[in-house]
Design a protein around this ligand. Sequence first.
Ligand code: HEM
Length: 489
Amino acid sequence: MSTVDRAAARARVDTAYARLTQAEREATRLVHDPATYTREVPYAALAALREARGVVPVAEPALPGWPEGTGYWLVLRHTDVDRVLKDPATFSSSLGGTQMRDPRTEADLAYVRRMMLNMDPPEHSRLRRLLAQSFTPKAIGSLETQVRGHVDGILDRMLAGGAGVSRGSAGAGGSAGSGGSRGAGGWGQGTCDFAKDVSADLPLLTLADVMGVPAPDRWLMFDWANRVIGWQDPDYRISAAFDPSGATDLGRAAYALRPSPGADGLMPDPRSREGMPDLYAYAHALGTLRREQPGDDVMSILMAQRDDSGGSVSVQEFENLFWLFAVAGNETTRNGMPGGLVGLLGSAAAQEELRARPDGIPNAVEEMLRWWTPVMTFRRTATCDVELSGVSLTRGDKVVVSFAAANRDPEVFAEPDVFDIGRENARRHLAFGAGPHVCLGAFLARSMMTTMFTQLLGRTAWLEAAGEPVWLQSNFQRGVKRLPITWRA
Ligand code: HEM
């Protein structure tokens, strides 16, 4: 089956939705609405639905910035989410793509299917294998050293008074609200916005290393990831943090192609090639350059690889991989770090414990990923009739897995709402997914988070909340736009 009967899929959701109780309908409405997440993740609603049904039909009415859709089946239990992700023959990434919102047109669907994320085995396996082989032990070793250097530099700036890197409204502006003082005895105190001043730059610097992007161009990736992942959010969808003045020719040429918001204030759909002309121009030029003049970055290694039939990765494939990495590795890690810090700021005991015993940090990072869950959902499409938690699904049904609900499933995690850095099975979280598409950057995300928290706690005496955080408007990413903190060192 290459296409989906969307009308039939919608009719099945509508029928089942009509049978929900009023309270259940209200819970699904809350869970679906991106606006909910600017206040909270509706964990109570997720828990009630997970316990009562496990798999629940969710309607997709038109919402501001979100067109009406077919509706979908939300999978909430850990065991079901794991099963869906590990069975690509039944739950396809390719048939309807992996985003909850359907691509607008068949052409847009065809476009996203060219990306590894939206392929099924065996097509997926070729690129996955080539990429996995490109993260050689040597490349991983140097990335880990580079991460350490970046963390040191970012924290130097924070401790020097939070000057940070100043960018535009949605950028990593370090000036507003940031400041510090240092006493004669070497003590210091300051405030900063951990999300913007500290967390935002680390994935950018690291992805620039992975992809051979010259460092001055890296804030282009910040804007691209915001436009793609933050399209539900009024600030992020028009993100304009990149400052071309210090950029390379490549960066300036891409910047010149940046689309502008239309009369409705919206950018073109970022999930179409036409919506991201600046990203594709940059990726094309970089891919061509790295093929001719390889560096020692992972993408240069990839371009030199040969697949089983002797072919190599084309520049077009490189462009799509560039899109995927610039987006998938960026916002996710940028939100994981402040999310983890929210856990620590809420638990003085945990902060004290990790300061006293830093060898607990790797497990604490797993708990942060479980408890925060930066990526809350992903989507599959059923390829055949199948039963899940007693619910019959039919070919063509849109199936959305909730990592947020699975990671708080009491069947797997005792007292799941408690942030417990000593939790023995924290690593069973599904924050990086599972199965053939399990996050390819998980080791790098873990390395960034572990290094950041080791150095942050090692170089400060205490951290406290210093104002109201601001959360991203998105039912996909659990995003932190601002997290004001006070540090003492
Ligand atoms: C805390 C940070 C991160 C989280 C929570 C996260 C989460 C995820 C999840 C849930 C998936 C599975 C998607 C699916 O099943 O359809 C995924 C895939 C992926 N991630 Fe990550 N990610 C993170 C960081 C990164 C980083 C740093 C990179 C790159 C260096 C990266 C690159 C990728 C790629 C390329 C895929 C697609 C793999 C495939 O299709 O085979 N991610 N990620």
